[in-house]
Write a protein that binds this ligand. Structure first.
Ligand SMILES: Cc1cc2nc3c(=O)[nH]c(=O)nc-3n(C[C@H](O)[C@H](O)[C@H](O)COP(=O)(O)O)c2cc1C
Length: 136
């Protein structure tokens, strides 16, 4: 079985492109060694991530992510086990969503922070829509 987590969080300080590049480089290197796959979105200072892999590795990674002082307000929207991976080939696909791309990604002209950090079922449905745009 494959264990997965879908969570959102807020940056604690603004990430430059270089900060994001470094985060990704390290994440991809580590994820490749553990065969952890998934997606990371960055949108208006908010991170949205899906990580998946062997239980022990994914739980271990999530503990590290949870302790990372670069972000806070970490909300797990969904986690569990599934028979197969969703993102077979992506050791961490990354997309920085610009404000003008919001409609294309979320299917709505505007995404309110309160939709993401409000009730989890609503947040998960917003995030699922977002994942659908990329998982083709
Ligand atoms: C939003 C966010 C997503 C992250 N995703 C990953 C990831 O997929 N893989 C990874 O190895 N580190 C990721 N990190 C970095 C980890 O939080 C942590 O810095 C890294 O695992 C090194 O931890 P360590 O110094 O305790 O070994 C992420 C950090 C943030 C803020």
């Amino acid at each position: 079985m494959i264990t997965y987590y879908v969570y959102i969080s807020r940056q604690k300080k603004s990430f430059s492109n270089e900060d994001l590049d470094l985060l990704l480089l390290n994440a991809r290197t580590y994820n490749a060694t553990k065969n952890i796959t998934g997606i990371l979105f960055y949108f208006d200072g908010i991170f949205i991530q899906h990580i998946e892999g062997n239980s022990i590795d994914v739980v271990g990674l999530f503990e590290k992510i949870n302790k990372d002082s670069r972000h806070d307000d970490i909300q797990v929207l969904k986690s569990g086990t599934v028979p197969e991976r969703r993102y077979l080939d992506w050791k961490m696909l990354f997309k920085n969503i610009e404000p003008e791309e919001v409609e294309a990604f979320f299917g709505a002209p505007q995404i309110k922070e309160s939709d993401l950090f409000g009730p989890k079922d609503k947040a998960y449905s917003v995030v699922s829509n977002l994942f659908e745009t990329i998982s083709v």
